[in-house]
Design a protein around this ligand. Structure first.
Ligand code: WTA
Length: 635
């Protein structure tokens, strides 16, 4: 098992060691895993190419490190607890032995469908145990999983399947979230109309609802599981073989397939899980994220299972059947660590204290947040009402591309400060840059957050697009990984994340590219162009504000219909999560002389802030007045 820091001086010591000798530091941690063959070099890297390779030529299988490594000591320990959407439905609990058996079986199903090492498997499932099983089965046979969030539309699913040229899709008849039934199979059918590389579609029966069936491609999960045994050898993987692709949004309209490899990701997720949450043997850990995003990959599945923890997977929502749902789950399973998003916390605050007042939650030891900045009010409520003033909060800053947590308190060890991610974990070397690319030394500085040395969890490339990978993170500050976030280091050396500096917005913890949303809006036949910006939103952190230029601008009173049809279009093209909260029609957009849209001004207007700076450099300064006037009617 990976080493655990237990004191502040221990943290400082590890941090110092990890900077003085990064390769020695990570090699020591990697040694605690099971390798079929040891690596030759710990690290080979050059951020200018960019190239990062950890433990290359080391041979392993991540599932052997989850199952075979733990089975002898704790095969009967619970690995996965699945809590259904409806609390009246029975839950499912798998021990390590039981989960292993399912994983081996499904690995054989995949093999029967001719899936081999290196093939891509698209997974479009709700939060059901089969999702965890499918991911681990891919890892067992060396196939690369690409999990696509079940809230994405047919169009978004199709785009991701085709980009990765996935050979097989795994979906469900329907998904359940609160009172909603989500017709996944129907959406998948629509996507598959134009996915030439998909040979079969394995369907999990979740609800038994009516679905269309395509005899050529569709097979039932349970039917396939009955055809195979649970004997399944693990494929030998190189440390640098891809483990998964996860699509995420960037500054351009096209989602990028972030690629994580095997050895480094394994070492990094296990180490950060154990240390940040101060996991101890026997703890029950509950991360309420969705596995469709990186948080679920790293901190529902891989990190906890690599450390032999019991991880809870929850199908439903925080408010169904009532807003005590999370607290009930915490009491039911005696949860020790709870990890969620600031948006979930804010939405529960808005529903009133009566839902949390009489909850005990005595088992809780650590609380975590992730995905977006947490405001002080939400931080205090979390601390006082959920943690009952006795649980440290770990505000964990990281990204899809970083694989695991980067800057965060170590629970109970690094003193916290509301809204601060505090200090880098051992092995992480953050720097703050000014606009000219100078490293800002010392404390009380603010600028672009970069990382100056690789860590094992860093993404290696974008699927089929290394050039874009380079441009996205390694071109702004040559020799450094640029996170896209702004940050400040305060007088104590603590980091506070200030939010994205690029055209990415973070809505309810979901990362969305403004260009993606604009593309979807522009598909509408009456729209000639659009500009999307984020604005401060009380619950979601950021909301989506769209400025839309129409060929036939709606008259004052008939804009609603057009707004609705634009919104519907965005839902269909991307997902309901990308729907604009506000749409303002305008005759044109403010542009610089080089033709670029001045988003800075649009953002200020959307947020109701004055002081637009110098607008004389615009080709059409007069439009600013019109937009300000129009905005007043939108609020
Ligand atoms: C933001 C989620 C402030 C940040 C794990 C980052 C945060 C983006 C925090 C990545 C935090 C994540 N405080 N902001 N604790 N954690 N972010 O790829 O802007 O979905 O760049 O990964 O979320 O989002 P992603």
């Amino acid at each position: 098992m990976v080493p655990k820091i237990s004191t502040l001086s221990g943290y400082l010591h590890e941090q110092q060691k990890s900077i003085a000798n990064p390769t020695g530091f990570w090699a020591n941690i990697a040694e605690t895993f099971f390798w079929r063959k040891k690596w030759k070099d710990v690290l080979d890297w050059d951020f200018n190419i960019p190239k990062v390779e950890w433990f290359k030529n080391g041979k392993l299988n991540i599932t052997e490190n989850i199952f075979e490594r733990h089975i002898f000591i704790q095969g009967e320990q619970k690995a996965l607890i699945w809590e259904p959407n409806d609390p009246d439905e029975p839950n499912i609990e798998y021990t390590y032995n039981e989960l292993f058996s399912k994983v081996k079986r499904f690995a054989n199903v995949l093999r029967r469908h001719s899936i081999k090492k290196g093939d891509r498997v698209a997974i479009y499932l709700p939060m059901v145990p089969e999702l965890a099983i499918a991911m681990l089965s891919c890892a067992r046979i060396g196939a690369i999983h690409s999990v696509i969030f079940a809230g994405f539309s047919a169009n978004a699913l199709q785009e991701r399947i085709n980009d990765a040229k996935a050979k097989i899709l795994i979906t469900a008849d329907q998904g359940l979230r609160g009172k909603k039934v989500i017709n996944l199979k129907e959406t998948a059918d629509e996507a598959l109309r134009s996915c030439p590389t998909i040979n079969s579609n394995i369907v999990v029966r979740r609800t038994g609802g009516t679905i269309n069936w395509n005899n050529e491609k569709d097979v039932w999960w349970h039917g396939e599981m009955d055809k195979v045994t649970d004997e399944s050898k693990a494929e030998t993987m190189d440390s640098e073989d891809p483990l998964f692709i996860l699509y995420t949004s960037g500054s351009t309209g096209k989602p990028k397939g972030v690629v994580h490899t095997t050895g480094g990701y394994m070492v990094y997720t296990a180490y950060t899980f154990k240390n940040v949450f101060q996991y101890s043997n026997g703890d029950i850990y509950f991360c309420a994220a969705d596995i469709g995003w990186i948080t679920g990959h790293s901190y529902i599945i891989y990190g906890p299972l690599l450390e032999g923890a019991t991880t809870i997977m929850f199908e439903g929502t925080p408010t169904f059947p009532n807003p005590s749902r999370y607290w009930d789950i915490i009491n039911k399973y005696q949860v020790n660590q709870f990890y969620t998003s600031p948006t979930a916390i804010r939405s529960l605050i808005a529903l009133g204290e009566e839902w949390i007042e009489n909850t005990e939650m005595k088992s809780l030891k650590v609380l975590g947040t992730v995905g977006e900045p947490i405001n002080e009010e939400a931080w205090h409520w979390y601390h006082d009402h959920v943690g009952k003033n006795r649980c440290p909060i770990v505000d964990t800053w990281w990204q899809t591309e970083t694989g695991g947590i980067m800057i965060s308190p170590i629970a109970g060890i690094i003193p916290t400060k509301p809204a601060f991610a505090t200090l880098p974990l051992p092995g992480i070397q953050p720097v703050i840059m000014d606009e000219a690319g100078n490293k800002l030394c010392g404390n009380s500085v603010e600028g672009s957050l970069c990382i100056q040395f690789p860590w094992p969890g860093i993404a290696r490339t974008h699927w089929n697009d290394h050039q874009r990978f380079k441009e996205s993170y390694f071109s702004q500050f040559p020799g450094y990984y640029f996170t896209g976030d702004g940050a400040k280091r305060d007088e104590d050396g603590y980091y506070r994340i200030l939010g994205r500096m690029d055209d990415v917005i973070n809505v309810a913890g979901h990362r969305l590219g403004t260009a993606e949303i604009e593309n979807a809006i522009n598909e509408h036949p009456l729209v000639s162009e659009s500009a999307v910006v984020g604005f401060q939103h009380k619950i979601k952190g950021q909301g989506i504000y769209a400025y839309v230029v129409c060929n036939d601008l709606p008259k004052k009173d008939d804009g609603e219909e057009l707004r609705n049809s634009i919104t519907k279009g965005v839902s269909k093209m991307i997902s309901p999560i990308a729907k604009p909260d506000k749409i303002q029609f305008t005759h044109s957009l403010p542009r610089t002389r080089s033709g670029k849209i001045m988003r800075r001004i649009l953002k200020k207007i959307a947020e109701g802030k004055g002081d637009y700076g110098d607008i004389s450099t615009l080709t059409n300064p007069e439009i600013v007045e019109e937009i300000i006037e129009g905005n007043k009617k939108i609020q």
